[in-house]
Ligand binder design. Structure first.
Ligand code: PLP
Length: 425
C-alpha cells in the first residue's frame, strides 16, 4: 500500500500508540538491547548485521556446559539434549523459516564454507556451459567464492562471470533485465547465484521468476540468503530453487559467527552421483559408527555435512529459533512491513534532498532494511547519528543501512531515529 494511505503520523504519541497495540511487543523483552551511557536503550538498527542476544541464550548454552561438566563424553547420548542428534532438533524450525521441508535443510559450518560445498556439487562447468550469473553488487565474499570456483575449474573469470548491473541512474536490478540476461546467455550458463535480499540496497529479488528463467536456460539456481533468512517470507521448496545457504548471526540472532543453514531441494535428495566433498557426519547415520571406509551419503541436505557440529553454537541458534517459532514468520513479516513502511514515511517527511532511499518502495521488493544514500558520500551524517546513540552502519561509498527488526524494534525506535536524523541534517 502506498505509504500515504497507511495513516502514519509524525508524532511520538502515534509511535507509542502503535507500539501499545503491537501483538508482538512482548518479544522485545526477550532480547538484551544495548544501552546508551545514560542507561537508556540505544536505537539498535543493525539486526541485518548482527542480531541481538536473546535473554534465553545463556541458559541454552549453560545446559550444555552443565551436561559436559557432569557427563563428559556420555553427553553425546545422555545429555538432556543428546549431542549426537542435537542438530536435528533445529531442522524443522529452520526449514519453516525458509519455506523448506526438513529433508531439504540442515544447519552446519558457516556461510561461505557452505557456498563452496554446494558449488562442489552444483557448479559443474563444461566447455560449453561454464558461466556464473551474479549481481555486480553481490557481497564480496560471494564474488571471491565464485571467482575462486571458476579458477579452480580451470576457467577464466573474465569470460565466465556475468555480472548483473542496474540500468543507468538506477540502483536496483529489474527482474526483466535479470531474465533477459539469463535468456541471452542461456546455453553457456552453468549457475545463477543471487542474494535473496541484496546486502547493500536491501532489494529483495523475485525468486520464483529467477528460478524459472534459470531452469528454462538449463542452469542451476542457488541463493545466498544471508539478508533474507528470518527477514522475509521464503518458499524455497515451492519456488523450486536448487540450493541456498545463509548465515544465522543476522536476523536469526545466533551470535557472532554462529552456525549457518543450508537448503538443497528435495529433488536432489537422492542425487548420490553428484560430486560432493564428504565427511563422516554426512555418512548414513545408521552405519556411521561401523567405521567402514566406504562413504554412503545421507539422503537430503544432511548428506552435505562434514563434521560433527559445534553444540554451543547449535544451542545459541536453538534459543532464537524457539522465539521465531513462537512469533511465526507470518506475523513477523506483517509487522515488518508496517515498521519499515513507517520508517520510509518518516524519511520522506524529512524532505531533505541530501538523503534518498535506494531500497525499492514496493513491499514485495524489500525486507525490513532501508538503505539511505547520502549525497556527496558525506560520512559526517553517519558519525553524527552514531554520536546520538543510533546503532546503524555505513557501507561504502555512500549508504547508511537501517533495519528495524520486528522481533525487537519498536515504532518508537523508528520515530526516535528519524528525529535524530532530521536534527543531524
Ligand atoms: C550476503 C552475504 N554473503 C556472505 C557473507 C559472508 O558470511 P560468512 O562470513 O558467514 O561466510 C555475508 C556476511 O555478512 C553476507 O552479508
Amino acid at each position: 500500500m502506498p505509504i500515504k494511505q497507511q495513516g502514519y503520523k509524525t508524532s511520538a504519541s502515534f509511535a507509542a500508540e502503535i507500539d501499545a497495540h503491537d501483538s508482538l511487543k512482548k518479544f522485545r523483552e526477550m532480547f538484551y538491547i544495548p544501552k546508551q551511557s545514560n542507561g537508556e536503550d540505544a536505537i539498535y538498527l543493525t539486526g541485518n548485521s548482527l542480531g541481538l542476544q536473546p535473554k534465553s541464550t545463556g541458559d541454552y548454552i549453560e545446559q550444555e556446559l552443565k551436561d559436559w561438566e557432569t557427563l563428559g563424553v556420555e553427553g553425546h547420548f545422555k545429555a538432556k539434549n543428546p549431542w549426537m542428534s542435537y542438530h536435528e532438533f533445529l531442522t524443522e524450525q529452520m526449514a519453516n523459516v525458509v519455506g523448506a521441508k526438513p529433508i531439504e535443510t540442515v544447519v552446519m559450518n558457516s556461510l561461505t564454507v557452505n557456498l563452496h560445498l554446494l558449488f562442489v556439487s552444483f557448479y559443474r562447468p563444461t566447455k560449453e556451459r561454464y558461466k556464473i550469473v551474479i549481481e555486480a553488487g553481490a557481497f564480496p565474499s560471494d564474488q571471491y567464492a565464485v571467482q575462486s570456483q571458476i579458477k579452480f575449474h580451470g576457467f577464466d573469470v573474465e569470460n565466465s562471470l556475468i555480472e548483473l548491473t542496474p540500468r543507468e541512474n538506477e540502483f536496483v536490478l529489474r527482474t526483466e533485465d535479470i531474465e533477459r540476461t539469463i535468456f541471452e546467455n542461456g546455453d553457456s550458463i552453468a549457475l545463477v547465484l543471487l542474494g535473496g535480499v541484496n546486502y547493500y540496497t536491501g532489494q529483495k529479488f523475485d525468486f520464483e521468476r529467477i528460478v524459472k528463467a534459470g531452469h528454462k536456460a538449463g542452469a542451476i539456481v542457488g541463493f545466498d540468503l544471508a539478508h533474507a533468512a528470518g527477514n522475509v517470507e521464503l518458499k524455497l521448496h515451492d519456488w523450486n530453487a536448487d540450493f541456498a545457504a545463509w548465515c544465522s548471526y543476522k536476523y536469526l540472532n545466533s551470535g557472532p559467527g554462529g552456525i549457518a543453514g543450508v537448503f538443497v531441494h528435495e529433488r536432489h535428495s537422492e542425487s548420490f552421483d553428484l560430486p560432493r566433498f564428504a565427511g563422516w557426519w554426512g555418512h548414513d547415520k545408521e552405519t556411521r559408527f561401523l567405521m567402514d571406509k566406504r562413504f554412503i551419503p545421507m539422503r537430503g541436505a544432511e548428506g552435505w555435512q562434514l563434521s560433527n557440529p559445534p553444540i554451543f553454537q547449535l544451542a545459541a541458534l536453538k534459543a532464537s529459533l524457539d522465539i521465531f517459532e513462537e512469533a511465526g514468520m507470518k506475523r513477523l513479516t506483517e509487522k515488518s512491513r508496517k515498521l519499515t513502511g513507517y520508517l520510509e514515511f518518516l524519511l520522506t517527511e524529512i524532505r531533505d534532498e541530501r538523503i534518498s532511499v535506494i531500497t525499492p518502495s514496493a513491499e514485495t521488493e524489500r525486507g525490513c532494511q532501508l538503505s539511505i544514500r547520502v549525497k556527496n558520500s558525506d560520512k559526517n551524517l553517519f558519525k553524527a547519528i552514531t554520536n546520538k546513540s543510533v546503532i546503524a552502519d555505513w557501507r561504502e561509498p555512500d549508504v547508511i543501512r537501517v533495519a528495524p527488526v520486528p522481533l525487537y524494534n519498536s515504532f518508537a525506535d523508528v520515530y526516535r531515529f528519524a528525529e535524530i536524523l532530521r536534527a543531524c541534517l
